[in-house]
Every structure is written in structure tokens, then in C-alpha cells.
Design a protein around this ligand. Structure first.
Ligand code: AHR
Length: 524
């Protein structure tokens, strides 16, 4: 080999392979003078279904449990969720919702009937966590109720009665029954889901059949709480498509545009899991760079999906009155060996933290249309915030991301321009970086940057237009491996750490660890 070529080859190889070598700076520019839509706090919503140990053991342990609890609801879980300022909780399902009959979950606990949960493991359902317990839970964590009513096997009358039972302040028989069951004051129900996946587990309906149901439920299932009149009215969310079925969206949105006074909706749902292919086969722990790249590549599909759905919605609702509600999203992996496959138990790793940040960033960039989202699910199921085992509890890397993103709740989206670059692994090409910025109610600027590259750090230099930034503080979440997890033995293996950030001449300088999620406060 000629000598000149050899030197050239060696230098290139060196530049590509020596970690820690001065990397080229990535330039970002944040323009605080152009705040956009509000990043609705509801995009940080969660989902708690009667599935596996999501409710029983995860939330509900019963008053007689040795696990510290308030009226049967575990105190450790409540404290952890309060800290997340969870804006809304979707309940009781999921597929479970279309087989749920609310009357079985009211009244004295010792008189609740035991039923079955055929969707999820075929186990018995004690109905001890019912309406009062859910509303108590939501109240304890400082959140709002997003109820999914039974369209599949219930009736409009059953759903209408449930809402009357919950919300009227008039002395009706149902209101008296609620009072006798311990709650004289009407409850607040912020959001109403009319069915769940009605094209699949919710009854395998055609769009026309679902539409006729939707109109009936929208008309007759009313919220009577006087405190919810006007601006605080309950928002009705129709079943939207699963993964990219724009025909379903077309039909619903066309009907919405041509609607009669007697029915209305405020949101259309979208369900999309990161799964690569069904049935879910990726391991949630014990994987390497290949599976890391494939899963992140798959999760980034959310951008196309939201863009496609939004375009259809824009055609029929240019004023963007109907929100796109991504009320089931997250990673769905193979069940952990030794667990009931119907319980959807999986571990939660640094990869999930990065996946969560990428999805939250997509929702934030579409803040004008995506005004609500619910990660699946809250505790012990799929991409959970919390994992429990009897009296023990761990907060997952996904929990840590939701906590780091608190400043983005209801903040105004601020545009960030950057060249993401590319991270390549085998045949997968991913953007190396992702970022969002926002301005909170106090005027403080926040910047989030995700470094997807599992091997290389990223040197950031950010120009900050429209703000006199003097200092920056922040924290970063990373771990030694892409599949690092928090376990009962090492619950703090993946937790955020402070990061040092410098501001000079109005520019922010920051070095991001490989495979990390970083949030920085820009002090003015
Ligand atoms: O989250 C688990 C299940 O996934 C839900 O019950 C259903 O709506 C979806 O298919």
C-alpha cells in the first residue's frame, strides 16, 4: 500500500474510532422570540388498566395490608406519582374498559362481586378497585380522571348512569347512592373516552358502525357537575385509528365537519406502540446496540404517524378544535421469562428513557394538534413509571424522564434549529441528536437534548436568540449500558445527575454523554 494512502487511512480510522477525541461541535440555535403553541401538560398523561399488577398490588393493596396505605391505596406509589404532577389518568382500560360494568365496582368492599378478566390472563377481577377507589387515587396523586366508557359490551344508558352517578349535584337516586357510598359531592371527570380500539378488541366495528355509536354516546353521556360548565367542560374523546389507518380518521373527521348540533367530540385518539413487529419479541433487558437501534428507529415512526393523522385532521378541522390524543404509546416487549404472558411484564431500561424523550419531543413539536397523550402503562405493565414487588418499589428510567420534563408542562414551545447528524449501526441510520426548547409561565427558557449515539459524546454550542441568558444549570440521565435498569437491588442505577453547562457571550456550551437525556434551565 503506498505510504501516503496509509497515513490517510490511519488518520481516518483514528478519527472514527478513538472515543473522547475532540468531537466536532454541534450548533443549535434557540429562538426565544418566537414562542409557539403551548405544550399541553396533558401529553404527560398516563394509563392504568385492570391488567396484571397494574392496579392490584401496583396501586391497590387494601386497607388491611402491611404496606403503608391510605384507604387501600399505597402511599409510596402516591408520593412518587404526586412528584410527577400526572395531569390525567386513563382508566379502567384498554380492552378491559369494553367489558367493564361500573355497578360491580361500587358499594361496600365486602359486597363487591368477583368477575373475570378474560383479556388479560383470564384471572379473577375482585372489583375492589372501582369508581370510588379510582377517584380517590386520582385525588391523592393530584390528577384528573380520564374515564373510558364501555361501548363494546355496555349500553349508552349504562354509561349515562355512570356519569350521572359521578357528576350530578341534584338529589337523584344515583346521586344519593354515591353519597351513601361515601361521596356526597359530585366528582369531576375531566375526560371521557368513548370506547377503546373499537376496530379491534373493542368490538371489531366498522367505522360506520362506530360512528353511529359515537353519536349516541356523545349525545347522552353527560357530565352534570356544575363546576365543569363552560371552560372546564369534560372533553369527549372518540376512538381514532391504530397505527396509521387514515381511512378511519377520514371518516370520523368528515362526520365531525358535517356534524349535527346533537353531538360533538373534542379529541380523537391514536394508539401506537413501539414493537417493531407483532407479537412483541424484543427483550426488555439483556440486549445490545443492534436492538437499541432497531427499537429507536421504530419509535421514530411516531413522527410520520402524527404528521399523517394531523394532515387528515387539518382537512376537516383547520381550526384544530379536535385534539389528537395519543392515549396509548410506549414500548411493548416480550414478557419477562417466568411471568404470566397476559400480564405484560417487562423491564425498563435506559433505552426506554431515550425512547420516552423522543416521543415526548415529537408530541411537543406537534403541540398545536397533539394536546394529550397517555403512556402505556403506569405501574408494572409495559413501559411503566413504577415497578413494585410486595412492599418494594422502584422508579424506572422512564419515570426519571417524565420528572426531568416537568418544566415543559404547559410551557410555550420554542423553535430549535440544529443539524442532528447521523448515528449508523449496521443498516440502521438514526439522527444522532434530538432537541426541544420551551418557555415556562415565569419566562424561563428550558432546553432538552437527547444524544442517541450510544458510543460518542456530543459537544454542543447553542446560540440563544431573544433572551439574555446569563447562566445554565441542568441534569442528565445516562448509564453504563443501553440496557441498564433500576432494580430492587440497585434502585438508583439510572437516575439524573447534575451537568455542568457554561454560558459565554450569550452562547451555551455543553458536553453530552453518549446515550443520554439532558434538560437545561437557562437563567436570565
Ligand atoms: O395496553 C395494553 C392494551 O393495548 C390495551 O388494553 C389495548 O387498548 C391495546 O391494544
Amino acid at each position: 500500500m503506498p505510504r501516503a494512502l496509509l497515513i490517510g487511512f490511519s488518520l481516518t480510522a483514528l478519527a472514527l474510532t478513538v472515543p473522547g477525541m475532540a468531537a466536532e461541535k454541534v450548533h443549535l440555535s434557540v429562538d426565544a422570540s418566537k414562542p409557539g403553541a403551548k405544550i399541553d401538560r396533558n401529553i404527560f398523561g398516563q394509563f392504568a388498566e385492570h391488567l396484571g399488577h397494574g392496579i392490584y398490588e401496583g396501586i391497590w393493596v387494601g386497607q388491611d395490608s402491611t404496606i403503608p396505605n391510605t384507604r387501600g391505596i399505597r402511599d409510596d406509589v402516591v408520593a412518587a406519582l404526586r412528584a410527577l404532577k400526572v395531569p390525567n389518568v386513563r382508566w379502567p382500560g384498554g380492552c378491559f374498559a369494553d367489558e367493564y360494568h361500573w355497578r360491580k365496582g361500587i358499594g361496600p368492599l365486602d359486597r363487591r362481586v368477583v368477575t373475570l378478566n378474560p383479556n388479560w390472563g383470564g384471572v379473577t377481577e375482585p372489583n375492589t378497585f372501582g369508581t370510588r377507589e379510582f377517584m380517590d387515587f386520582v385525588d391523592q396523586i393530584g390528577s384528573e380522571a380520564y374515564l373510558s366508557v364501555n361501548v363494546g359490551s355496555g349500553t349508552p344508558q349504562e354509561a349515562a348512569d355512570w356519569l350521572e352517578y359521578l357528576t350530578t349535584d341534584q338529589p337523584t337516586t344515583l346521586a344519593k347512592e354515591r353519597a351513601a357510598n361515601g361521596h356526597p359531592a359530585p366528582y369531576k371527570v375531566g375526560y371521557l373516552g368513548i370506547g377503546n380500539e373499537s376496530w379491534d378488541c373493542g368490538g371489531n366495528m366498522t367505522v360506520d358502525y362506530y360512528l353511529s355509536q359515537l353519536k349516541i354516546y356523545s349525545r347522552f353521556v353527560r357530565n352534570y357537575n356544575p363546576a365543569q360548565e363552560g371552560k372546564r367542560q369534560m372533553l369527549r374523546i372518540a376512538v381514532g385509528p391504530g397505527d396509521g389507518n387514515t381511512e378511519w380518521t377520514e371518516s370520523l373527521m368528515k362526520a365531525y365537519r358535517d356534524r349535527h348540533w346533537s353531538w360533538d367530540i373534542n379529541g380523537l385518539s391514536l394508539h401506537s406502540y413501539t414493537v417493531v413487529k407483532w407479537p412483541p419479541s424484543y427483550a426488555s433487558v439483556g440486549f445490545g446496540a443492534t436492538e437499541y437501534s432497531q427499537i429507536l428507529n421504530s419509535t421514530l415512526e411516531m413522527e410520520n404517524l402524527v404528521t399523517k393523522e394531523s394532515a387528515v385532521m387539518d382537512k376537516y378541522d383547520p381550526e384544530k378544535k379536535v385534539a389528537l390524543v395519543v392515549d396509548e404509546w410506549g414500548a411493548w416487549y416480550a414478557p419477562l421469562p417466568g411471568t404470566n404472558p397476559g400480564f405484560l411484564v417487562q423491564q425498563n431500561s435506559l433505552r426506554d428513557a431515550i425512547l420516552a424523550s423522543l416521543n415526548l419531543n415529537i408530541f411537543a413539536r406537534h403541540a398545536d394538534r397533539v394536546r394529550m397523550a397517555n403512556i402505556a402503562q403506569m405501574i408494572n405493565v409495559l413501559q411503566a413509571m413504577i415497578i413494585t414487588d410486595k412492599e418494594k418499589m422502584i422508579l424506572t428510567p422512564t419515570y426519571q424522564v417524565f420528572k426531568m420534563y416537568l418544566p415543559f408542562q404547559d410551557a410555550a414551545y420554542v423553535p430549535v434549529a440544529f443539524d442532528a447528524g447521523t448515528y449508523t449501526h449496521e443498516d440502521i441510520r438514526l439522527p444522532r441528536l434530538d432537541a426541544i426548547a420551551a418557555k415556562d409561565a415565569s419566562g424561563k427558557l428550558w432546553l432538552e437534548i437527547t444524544n442517541l449515539d450510544p458510543d460518542e459524546p456530543a459537544e454542543i454550542e447553542a446560540g440563544l436568540a431573544g433572551a439574555q441568558v446569563k447562566a445554565a444549570t441542568g441534569e442528565t440521565l445516562t448509564a453504563p449500558r443501553v440496557d441498564s435498569v433500576n432494580s430492587f437491588e440497585a434502585p438508583n442505577a439510572v437516575v439524573p445527575k447534575p451537568i455542568s453547562a457554561k454560558v459565554r457571550d450569550g452562547k451555551l456550551a455543553l458536553k453530552l454523554e453518549p446515550k443520554s437525556v439532558t434538560v437545561v434551565a437557562l437563567e436570565q
